[in-house]
Design a protein around this ligand. Structure first.
Ligand SMILES: NC(=O)C1=CN([C@@H]2O[C@H](COP(=O)(O)OP(=O)(O)OC[C@H]3O[C@@H](n4cnc5c(N)ncnc54)[C@H](O)[C@@H]3O)[C@@H](O)[C@H]2O)C=CC1
Ligand SMILES: O=C(O)C(=O)Cc1ccc(O)cc1
Length: 309
């Protein structure tokens, strides 16, 4: 148990990410009170059954009253609606943060509504799974994972340090980035892989000459990896695509060009070109593994870590 960092934390949205934060806060004793609010009554009831917080309220505005830290964990397209709901009830000096997968759009949606004296600090934990909802969260999700902050130019350093201490208490490694740069980096390392996964699984489903039953029966582990990503939450990923449009389209254009190069090399039997690319990409995988960031089957790996405690 740590000393509480905050008297009262408000969690707006209690799905995979919000509920994982709640579980860590409870396990580590990081807050005196944890007030939970979410859009649907059914999810709020489930959060209460799981005892994720200390108070459960249907209104986001009521939830943030007197909160020292407010964490918004909703699909990025809902950011503005939440900012509007909470703006008038925030306590002076409160820290408001989010966990959204895109940053420029979340800032554009939320910052204009934040009152003077409230510290709005956008954040993004690079940790998750393909699952969603309050049952999907677990203790330790953020351990040894990066959490990237994209502070605004006038961000208060003391508030930023406090927020960093919170995420470090959850075990995260901390980085800071410009929001536009964040959105480009994430477009290639996270958003494109999901889009490619949705696409390849869709293509397999549409084939006339190979049945769905054969795809399921004979799916090799490479295809299975894609199906895991392609099982990710449709609302969340629709919002990511719509709210990081420019960076995703830029990366997709590069990707399509490179795919055409590969297609041509296969057509013309240019084995040396294929061999050169496959050798280069193998080295990237090896450096990821060497850096200790091999995160195969992240959810199962994490659960087994927890089970050993
Ligand atoms: N799933 C993942 O692996 C990761 C997700 N993220 C980001 O975290 C955020 C939350 O994602 P998850 O927890 O995975 O989603 P989730 O679908 O598990 O949970 C979303 C929660 O938001 C609530 N919600 C939706 N619209 C709302 C509204 N207008 N007002 C209040 N509550 C609302 C839902 O009731 C639910 O409790 C998203 O912005 C996502 O981009 C960040 C890192 C990883
Ligand atoms: O499940 C996976 O492999 C993920 O990549 C999880 C994830 C999804 C979205 C994020 O913004 C960060 C992490």
């Amino acid at each position: 148990m740590s000393t509480p960092l905050f008297d009262r934390i408000a969690l707006i949205g209690i799905g995979l990410i919000g509920s994982s934060i709640a579980r860590d806060v409870k396990e580590l004793g990081l807050a005196g009170e944890v007030v939970i609010s979410t859009r649907s009554a059914e999810t709020l009831k489930r959060a209460e059954e799981l005892a994720l917080g200390t108070h459960y309220v249907s209104s986001a505005a009521d939830a943030v009253k007197d909160a020292d830290l407010v964490i918004v964990s909703v699909p990025v397209g809902a950011s503005e609606a939440v900012a509007r709901q909470i703006a008038g009830s925030l306590k002076a000096g409160a820290i408001v943060t989010d966990v959204g997968s895109t940053k420029a759009s979340v800032i554009a949606q939320m910052a204009p509504h934040m009152p003077e004296g409230v510290h709005f600090i956008p954040g993004h934990p690079l940790a998750g799974t393909e699952k969603s909802g309050p049952d999907a969260g677990f203790v330790g999700l953020f351990r040894d994972r990066w959490c990237i902050f994209t502070p605004l130019p006038d961000t208060d350093q003391a508030a930023l340090d406090t927020l960093k201490s919170f995420w470090m208490a959850l075990g995260s490694r901390i980085d800071e980035m410009d929001p536009q740069h964040h959105d480009k980096v994430l477009a290639i390392v996270s958003h494109l892989p999901h889009i490619i996964a949705y696409n390849i699984v869709g293509t397999a489903d549409d084939l006339e000459t190979v049945t769905d039953a054969e795809v399921i029966k004979y799916s090799a582990s490479g295809f299975r990896d894609f199906t895991r990503l392609a099982a990710s939450d449709p609302t969340m990923w629709r919002d990511v695509c719509l709210h990081n449009k420019d960076a995703i389209l830029e990366m997709l254009a590069r990707f399509s060009e490179d795919l055409a190069y590969l297609q041509r090399a296969i057509r013309w039997g240019e084995g040396d070109k294929l061999f050169e690319l496959f050798t280069r990409t193998r080295a990237i995988r090896r450096s990821i593994v060497q850096a200790g960031q091999d995160v195969d089957a992240p959810d199962f790996g994490r659960h087994s870590l927890d089970a050993k405690k």
